[in-house]
Each structure stands twice: as C-alpha cells, then as structure tokens.
Design a protein around this ligand. Structure first.
Ligand SMILES: Cc1cc2nc3c(=O)[nH]c(=O)nc-3n(C[C@H](O)[C@H](O)[C@H](O)COP(=O)(O)O)c2cc1C
Length: 417
C-alpha cells in the first residue's frame, strides 16, 4: 500500500473523507513535476500506448527541439517587488480562463485510460480552463460536454468528408462547444516510427495471429489490460458517424486521415457552417497566419503537432514571434509544443502568446491516474506559473511582455516581401 502524500491542494491523510481514486498515486512527493507523471504513465501503459503518446515523427528532431528551445529563453526578473495578489487569469476568445492554459486535442485518449476525454474535460473544467476535444475520440461529444463545468472546444479533422464533418459540427453546436479548432498540418499522418515497431496496427485491429508477436508488452501490464477490457476493448470513434454505417472503427482512421487534407477552400466553407469562432491550429509562419486571418480565423495556434507531423520544422516557440508580429493585432495567438513547466507558459506569454495548449503534459497524467492525474498536471502547471510570476516580480499574466525575457540574437526573423 502506498503512503499518503499531501500535496498542496490535496486532502491530507487524517480526518478527511476518502481520497478520490488516483489522487494518492499522483500526490507529492511521488509527483512533483510533469516528468514524474510521465514516469508513472510509462509504468502503467503497455509500450505500444506509451510510445504512441510520447513519440514523434521520424528522427524526433522537432519533438526534442520543442522542449529544448525553452532553455534558450532566459528570464529578466524585477527584484524587490512585493506582490500581494498574483493575477493568473486570462481571456481567450471571450472566455475567462483561471490561468493561460487550454487542454490540446489528444486523439485516442480512451486508450490511455477508460475515462479518456470525459475525465480530461472534467479536470479542465474543474481547474477553470478550456478543454479541446479531438475528432479522434472514443467518447461521445455530448458526454464530454456534460462532464465539464467549463468551456469546451471541438477540434475538426475532415475524416469521412464534409457531410460527416457537418453532422459532427451540428452536434457540437447543439451540445454547447464554443469554438471550432481546425487542424491544418495533417495532410497525411506523420511517420511515427515507434508505432509500427510496436505493432500498433496489429494490436488494435489485426487478426489474432498478427497480434501474437506483440502481445507480451500488453500482458506485462495487467492493470491496464483489465481496465481496457472492462471498458469494452478498442473503442469506436463516436463522433465520426458514417451515414448508413455508424461510428467509424478506430483502425480505419489512419487511412481516412490520408484523404482528409484541410485546405483554405475548406476554411471558407467552414466559415459558413460554423457561426462561432474558428481557431486554426498548425500555423508556423507569418504568411500562413495572415492567410488564416483572411479566411476568418479568430485565433491561430502556432503548433507543429507536438513534433508528430513534419519532422525538421522549427520548434513552436521559435516560430511564435514571427506569427505574433504578422497578426498579433488582428487575431489571438496561441501556441503549443513542449510545454512541461509553468515557466514554459510564462516564456510563451512573454513572447506574445495569449495562452498555451498543453498536450502530453496532461496526457501523461491521464494515463497515470485518470481525472486525478490530469488535475494534478494542471495543479503543477498553475502553481509553477504563479511562483514564476512572483519570482519575476510581475503581478499579472496580462503584464508579461518581451522585457521579462532574453532571446538569442539569432532569433531575428525576416519579414516576407
Ligand atoms: C497522443 C497525441 C495525440 C494527438 N492527437 C491530436 C488530434 O487528434 N488532433 C490535433 O489537432 N492534435 C493532436 N495532437 C497534437 C496536440 O494537440 C498538440 O498540438 C501537441 O500535443 C502539443 O505538444 P505537447 O504534447 O508537447 O504539448 C496530439 C498529440 C498527442 C501527443
């Protein structure tokens, strides 16, 4: 039996109601930072699932660079400043967020933990931030909406074509999703080399014989396997409903994605279909950011899909200043990629992002302990942001700007003619 840890904000061991499931697993001192959640996720998940979350495309150069680049940015604190209250909240697309973070769309979340998208949305809402539901979801979008007391956004892939997308958009509108996030960096799926090595296709959809060579890694994780089987096994994709056929089987999605490229033309069509704000995710240049705004985007996400698509593109943080310079006065600029600490969030905000999306940082928590693990990831990031602001001598996230950081001289970007 584990010792009862007591982390800030978590109930202590004595004279308290029983802890919700999973809280002990992720309490301090076992979990102090996001890397600790990653370690627990690695222990709980079969290799095939852990590597699906953790891995990136090809040589994983961009994946590594997304995290490393934060080290290139150094802080310039203002010392001897007394801050009585530290204001972390921020407004994104008219929504009030308790701190400048949003949960990124993470496909196949239900494979990480049966609670999946529902658990992540509930944790985000309880923490006062927004959750973005991926098209590649094992839970119905209506149930995800119902689970969160906070705002939820719907991320769209055009899997199955416009008719299928339109039906999902209409369901999302009726359920109360407040923004549509259109991912534009996925004309085909990136080559994530760990996945075929681990037999992801065979394990999730292959014949019994095809599975055999890859089974030992699954059998080595009986707790995950039991939860997965009790949850009904490989889930269907509940929000990609093919007319006359029903929800798309999970294994059909890779092939379907290959013919689901989103073009600027589609953006124009989506502008007609969705009346609320559109967020264009996957922008890495000032020119694409301008184009997104021309096509009606209210916000863009500077993103390389967490290093999972085109390997060798620049890190998101490195691309952020160019995008802010191009459209910062016309649309909101968000970024994601490599955020593992609250200080990373503070650096991104200082360089012009209004908020960041976090992907793996919460996915590790979800895999480690379901909703409690996501809540712990958010608690860590939020506490980090507050401590960093106080150490910087900055009383509010809204007052952060480039004067609080130094960037390498080589970060000068060239404006296109
Ligand atoms: C396991 C996993 C699944 C993802 N699935 C999607 C998805 O379905 N749609 C999407 O737009 N982005 C997806 N992404 C990308 C994230 O939304 C986000 O851009 C990325 O995770 C940010 O990098 P980070 O993980 O370093 O925070 C996924 C990322 C991961 C790690």
């Amino acid at each position: 039996m584990e010792e009862c840890g007591s982390a800030p904000g978590l109930p202590g061991p004595r004279n308290q109601p029983a802890m919700p499931k999973g809280l002990r697993t992720v309490a301090s001192p076992r979990v102090i930072n996001i890397e600790d959640l990653r370690r627990l996720a690695r222990r709980r998940l079969p290799k095939v699932i852990f590597d699906y979350v953790d891995g990136g495309a090809e040589g994983e150069v961009t994946l590594r660079e997304n995290c490393r680049v934060f080290d290139d940015v150094t802080f310039r604190p203002r010392q001897a400043v007394a801050i009585s209250t530290c204001e972390l909240s921020t407004r994104v697309l008219g929504l009030n967020l308790s701190f400048p973070a949003i949960l990124a769309p993470v496909g196949y979340s239900r494979l990480m933990h049966p609670g999946g998208e529902v658990a992540a949305a509930a944790a985000a809402g309880s923490a006062g931030i927004a959750y973005t539901l991926s098209t590649i979801s094992g839970h119905k979008l209506e149930n995800v909406r119902a689970a969160s007391p906070g705002p939820v956004w719907y991320q769209l892939y055009l899997v199955g074509g416009r008719q299928v997308a339109e039906a999902a958009i209409e369901r999302a509108r009726r359920a109360g999703f407040s923004a549509l996030v259109v991912t534009i960096d996925t004309p085909v799926a990136g080559m994530r080399e760990r996945d075929p090595r681990n037999g992801i296709k065979e394990l999730l959809g292959g014949s019994a014989v095809a599975k055999i060579p890859f089974l030992p890694q699954i059998l080595a994780h009986p707790a995950w396997l039991a939860a997965f089987l009790l949850d009904g096994g490989v889930p269907n994709l509940e929000n990609i409903v093919i007319p006359g056929k029903g929800p798309m089987p999970l294994m059909d999605v890779t092939a379907a994605l290959a013919s689901a490229v989103v073009t600027w033309e589609d953006l124009r069509w989506l502008r007609q279909v969705w009346r609320g704000p559109i967020v264009v995710k996957g922008v890495l240049t000032g020119d694409d950011a301008k184009r997104a705004v021309e096509e009606g985007a209210a916000a863009v996400v500077v993103s390389n899909h967490g290093g999972r698509q085109l390997d060798g593109v620049s890190s998101s943080l490195r691309a952020l200043p160019e995008v802010v310079a191009a459209i910062g006065d016309q649309a909101e600029v968000l970024m994601d990629g490599g955020v593992r600490r609250g200080s990373d969030i503070v650096k991104a905000i200082s360089l012009g992002a209004r908020a960041v999306l976090v992907g793996r940082a919460y996915a590790y928590g979800l895999a480690a302990a379901g909703q409690a693990g996501v809540a712990r990831a958010l608690e860590i990031l939020r506490d980090d942001v507050e401590r960093t602001l106080r150490l910087l001598g900055c009383p509010s996230t809204s007052l952060l700007n480039a004067s609080y950081v130094d960037v390498p001289a080589s970060w000068r970007w060239k404006a296109s003619p």
